[in-house]
Design a protein around this ligand. Structure first.
Ligand SMILES: *[C@@H]1O[C@H](CO)[C@@H](O)[C@H](O)[C@H]1NC(C)=O
Ligand SMILES: *[C@@H]1O[C@H](CO)[C@@H](O)[C@H](O)[C@H]1NC(C)=O
Ligand SMILES: *[C@@H]1O[C@H](CO)[C@@H](O)[C@H](O)[C@H]1NC(C)=O
Ligand SMILES: *[C@@H]1O[C@H](CO)[C@@H](O)[C@H](O)[C@H]1NC(C)=O
Ligand SMILES: *[C@@H]1O[C@H](CO)[C@@H](O)[C@H](O)[C@H]1NC(C)=O
Ligand SMILES: *[C@@H]1O[C@H](CO)[C@@H](O)[C@H](O)[C@H]1NC(C)=O
Ligand SMILES: *[C@@H]1O[C@H](CO)[C@@H](O)[C@H](O)[C@H]1NC(C)=O
Ligand SMILES: *[C@@H]1O[C@H](CO)[C@@H](O)[C@H](O)[C@H]1NC(C)=O
Ligand SMILES: *[C@@H]1O[C@H](CO)[C@@H](O)[C@H](O)[C@H]1NC(C)=O
Ligand SMILES: *[C@@H]1O[C@H](CO)[C@@H](O)[C@H](O)[C@H]1NC(C)=O
Ligand SMILES: *[C@@H]1O[C@H](CO)[C@@H](O)[C@H](O)[C@H]1NC(C)=O
Length: 399
């Protein structure tokens, strides 16, 4: 008896795709550094070799060559094994990624980085995957990092291996991430509102962070605001308990802010808005959720503000005139208020901001509770209405 050509080919294909993870990596000339890393951390990686329906994001040798320029450089240089473990876990996707399923709108994939020292997101820290012009696949990770896929969809018995040119960076908290995106005023306002601790330690958040221009344009109106007033404003920019990537935001979606008042999403043309503020940068990953940069400071007294998509930028909604100095920068606990060099975020001043901010805002949740920052749980129409009314009453009482 003899096999037809197609039978022989498909059995060869089966043999090829049935190879185990460790062998496929070990036999790839571009993965010798990654292969060494996973054998050094066999206690972390061997359980993954036995899993099905996963994808391994495998950094190439070229990716390791430029590691010193990455936010992960210091951790590898100092052999910080705890962080390196978290980096490895972040490179394992729960589910098999086939790049043919990706589109120009980012897909967010769950990883095996679930250790709550590094991740406070249901389902583990996420990696974004997006198809760009020329069918180039880019992975989006923490601190605005981007990795390009150089060799996609390499099969092994439990899923696929995706080779990237740059290591993916596990997402960090709002304070560290805000530094990379020059969100100095927003971070200062969070510190002034004494909400650093509760925002940093919350699970599953969506944050709408106005850029510095948004604060500077209304600076005179912000000057002299009390802690409570700033807390009311900041609380209107944070959604607690939901991680809403831009792809989940539909026209007229309502979200319940930490302040108790609703936010409304609008779509107009290709733009997305929250109330009357356009989302300028979407889907910045945080260790505890997602951040979208917006063009205006939102006003909890103007919950029905809508955008005019015909004009390129929406007018401010909090009264005030432009100031020269960026508001709230003096509220940052560190004197370092300038944006860091691109990708360098692990300097000592970053640690200072975080630690002091956390120390200066102990039990801010109970404080905020007494000033009306109740988080409604109702999700039905009537529940939301009751929550809005209740939140408004509590806010009014606090003012
Ligand atoms: C290794 O990388 C180079 C450059 O990207 C590529 O040309 C080559 O095909 C890769 N080798 C394998 C086995 O994927
Ligand atoms: C890193 O630290 C681990 C555990 O302390 C040790 O086993 C390993 O040899 C170190 N690696 C390097 C490159 O120094
Ligand atoms: C989580 O991370 C911390 C700090 O790196 C580590 O001490 C701990 O063992 C980890 N927990 C698990 C379950 O891996
Ligand atoms: C991986 O995904 C499956 C199915 O979605 C889920 O049941 C499982 O808990 C996930 N594992 C981890 C470690 O998140
Ligand atoms: C967010 O919601 C959770 C669960 O309802 C709650 O425990 C936590 O205190 C809330 N965080 C803030 C900052 O309000
Ligand atoms: C994760 O979120 C929960 C709920 O808000 C909080 O109690 C816990 O302290 C957070 N963990 C970390 C490591 O921030
Ligand atoms: C940060 O924002 C301020 C005010 O908008 C601007 O002057 C400065 O150039 C920005 N820095 C960077 C690195 O983008
Ligand atoms: C926002 O995310 C939550 C889960 O975190 C989800 O239940 C909710 O449906 C999402 N909202 C939208 C508008 O997709
Ligand atoms: C979004 O909803 C508003 C009404 O709230 C409507 O005027 C607008 O046309 C809708 N936009 C899109 C893109 O459907
Ligand atoms: C919101 O309205 C209250 C009550 O009228 C007022 O005291 C407060 O200043 C207003 N806040 C803003 C940001 O407009
Ligand atoms: C913020 O950065 C500092 C310095 O690199 C680091 O120690 C800290 O763990 C980071 N915080 C978060 C929440 O990632």
């Amino acid at each position: 008896m003899h096999f037809t050509r197609t039978t022989v080919l498909s059995s060869l294909a089966l043999i090829a795709s049935a190879q185990d993870l460790t062998s496929v990596i070990a036999e790839n000339e571009n993965l010798t550094r990654f292969s060494e890393l996973i054998s050094q951390y066999a206690d972390v990686t061997s359980p993954f070799a036995a899993l099905n329906r996963i994808s391994v994001i495998a950094p190439s040798n070229a990716a390791f060559d430029k590691l010193q320029f990455s936010a992960l450089g210091p951790a590898f240089a100092n052999n910080d094994t705890d962080i390196i473990r978290s980096v490895i876990e972040y490179h394992i996707i729960n589910g098999t990624l086939q790049t043919s399923t990706l589109t120009s709108s980012p897909t967010f994939l769950s990883t095996y980085l679930t250790n709550d020292t590094y991740s406070n997101v249901t389902g583990g820290s996420a990696i974004g995957a997006v198809k760009q012009a020329g069918n180039v696949i880019v992975l989006l990770s923490g601190l605005g990092s981007r990795s390009t896929l150089t060799n996609p969809d390499i099969p092994f018995e439990g899923g696929t291996i995706q080779i990237v040119d740059t290591l993916c960076v596990p997402p960090e908290g709002f304070l560290n991430t805000s530094r990379v995106f020059n969100l100095t005023a927003a971070a200062g306002a969070v510190a002034k509102a004494e909400l650093s601790d509760s925002i940093e330690n919350a699970r599953d958040v969506t944050i709408f962070a106005p850029n510095n221009d948004a604060f500077t344009r209304i600076g005179s109106g912000l000057a002299g605001m009390s802690v409570e007033e700033v807390r009311n404003i900041i609380g209107y920019h944070v959604v607690n308990g939901t991680v809403n990537y831009s792809s989940m935001l539909q026209n007229n979606t309502q979200l319940q802010s930490l302040s108790g008042r609703p936010l409304t999403i609008y779509k107009g043309g290709n733009a997305l808005y929250v109330n009357n503020a356009q989302l300028l940068q979407q889907d910045i990953l945080l260790s505890n959720g997602v951040l979208h940069v917006i063009e205006n400071v939102l006003n909890y007294n103007a919950t029905s503000a809508t955008p005019n998509p015909q004009i390129p930028s929406q007018p401010p909604i909090i009264p005030g005139t432009s100031v020269f100095d960026i508001p709230f920068t003096s509220d940052l606990p560190s004197t370092e208020t300038t944006a860091p060099e691109e990708g360098i975020t692990t300097d000592a001043s970053g640690a200072t901001i975080t630690d002091e901010a956390l120390a200066s805002s102990t039990s801010s949740f109970s404080t905020s509770r007494s000033t009306g920052f109740a988080v409604p749980t109702g999700r039905s129409d009537s529940g939301v209405m009751a929550a809005v009314v209740g939140g408004a009453a509590l806010l009014a009482a606090a003012l």
